[in-house]
Design a protein around this ligand. Structure first.
Ligand SMILES: Cc1cc2nc3c(=O)[nH]c(=O)nc-3n(C[C@H](O)[C@H](O)[C@H](O)COP(=O)(O)OP(=O)(O)OC[C@H]3O[C@@H](n4cnc5c(N)ncnc54)[C@H](O)[C@@H]3O)c2cc1C
Length: 406
């Protein structure tokens, strides 16, 4: 974006964080309300997880114990329609490519059941989806070496992918065009309150008086929540992304390559622009400090990728690795989101988007705008996203976590 204005002394709503969630929230607040909105970003727009996102937009949710697949599938579908009409809605251009997303299943297993459950949900919601089995699997997905070992596949036919940096900047520009102030290079250091209500924020460039604050600070959210006395059970983990280039792969399979995550496997794949192909992890295993983590995969992680290719997609054996980077997931115990009011009146939080936030960002922005202005939303049952669901100390179920991410 162009040069950032100085932070104002006062505004109605401060949105903390210029990732996909903060920019979407600022956008919806700016178009749906007449509140003065100021987005404050400590670095640049999309400097956090959003800039590293694989930005896969699928609607298939098999669900684990706590992630109701209906709620997430519906939000993802609504958000995807918004992404598809982003230019008409916001006046801004974004990248968007169609690509089906495929999940394989084995009958009688927990993961297989989750894949089928997700299929049923798509059917109920009238989201285009197909189920294949038998010889059809080999015919459709020959690039995956172990395809013959699965009983069936569910294709989320109208899935797609985009670009986190692109979309966050699009939302930020559109918010600004609708009257919001977008300040970059300024960090929020604390939330000020009096008599149980928010009265402003402290920043490293001075104070901003405000009535409401929405904390959408990605992996840094826990620190600001602690500032208002709320302990959010967030865990930040590091994930790796590799961009491969293979002329022969594209020649053989062209643009028909689906996006895939293999059951129980931490890797997923996505086509990328040109001859390129993206392979990335969604493992939730390596704890990471968002201010001090390895920003690139190291040698052993590279070798792990090579082993994965040999074992699962030998057709990529000749590929060159033309890009690699690491990014951060912010995970709640059940891998579901927190969209809630916390601490003093006027303090809201949108966090815990793990590896599946991008696809929901338009819905999240709309929900947060409703929460700030009306205290509730007709869009979803917002209790579902309450921070108090972790109060019991239950650390949630991860049995089907692989069906929740990316
Ligand atoms: C490698 C990777 C792959 C992914 N792939 C997918 C995918 O395929 N599909 C999908 O749906 N999701 C995916 N995700 C998840 C998705 O990208 C995230 O859920 C989403 O980007 C989170 O956005 P956010 O705005 O909450 O956080 P962020 O993008 O991290 O934004 C938070 C912002 O807040 C700013 N900030 C922090 N503290 C302060 C402060 N005190 N003051 C001011 N500013 C502050 C930061 O600088 C940052 O810009 C992926 C994530 C990663 C890392």
């Amino acid at each position: 974006m162009s040069a950032s204005p100085d932070a104002p002394d006062s505004t109605d709503v401060v949105v903390v964080g210029g990732g996909i969630m903060g920019t979407s929230t600022a956008y919806f607040l700016s178009v749906e309300t007449d509140r003065r909105v100021t987005l404050v970003e400590k670095d640049s727009v999309a400097a956090g997880s959003s800039g590293d996102s694989s930005a896969i937009i699928r609607h298939h949710y098999g669900g684990n114990r706590d992630l109701d697949p209906h709620v997430y599938a519906k939000m993802a579908w609504w958000s995807h329609q918004f992404y598809r009409s982003f230019t008409e809605e916001t006046g801004e251009e974004i990248t968007h490519e169609d690509a089906p997303l495929v999940r394989f299943g084995t009958e009688g297993t927990g993961l297989g059941d989750a894949v089928d459950r997700g299929y049923e949900v798509l059917k109920e919601l009238d989201v285009p989806a197909s189920r294949y089995d038998g010889a059809e699997l080999q015919r459709r997905y020959p690039m995956y070496a172990h395809v013959g070992e699965y009983d069936f596949a569910v294709s989320d036919d109208r899935a797609g992918y985009s670009d986190g940096t692109d979309v966050a900047n699009g939302f930020a520009r559109a918010a600004r065009a609708n009257g919001a102030t977008v300040v970059t290079g300024v960090g929020v250091t604390g939330i000020r309150e009096a008599d149980g209500s928010v009265i402003g924020v402290d920043t490293d460039a001075g104070e901003i008086d405000c009535e409401d604050v929405v904390v959408a600070a990605g992996p840094w959210t826990e620190r600001l929540a602690a500032d208002v006395g709320v302990d959010l059970p967030l865990r930040t983990t590091r994930e790796n992304v590799f961009i491969l280039e293979s002329e022969s792969f594209r020649e053989q399979y062209g643009d028909e390559t689906p996006m895939v995550s293999l059951p129980g496997d931490k890797w997923y794949t996505r086509p990328a622009v040109g001859e390129k192909f993206l392979v990335a992890t969604s493992a939730h295993t390596e704890d990471a400090d968002p201010d001090a983590y390895e920003q690139e995969p190291d040698e052993p992680e590279l070798l792990e990728l090579v082993d994965w290719i040999d074992e699962n997609m030998p057709v990529l054996d000749d590929a060159d690795i033309v890009g690699k980077y690491s990014g951060i997931y912010t995970n709640t115990p059940d891998l579901g989101f927190v969209l809630d009011q916390i601490g003093p009146d006027g303090c809201f939080v949108a966090c815990g988007f793990s590896g599946h936030g991008f696809k929901h960002a338009p819905a999240v922005g709309r929900i947060m705008s409703d929460l700030v202005t009306a205290g509730t939303t007709a869009f979803v049952d917002v209790d579902f996203f309450g921070a108090d669901r972790f109060d019991s100390g239950d650390d949630g179920s991860r049995e089907s976590a692989t069906t929740a991410d990316s």
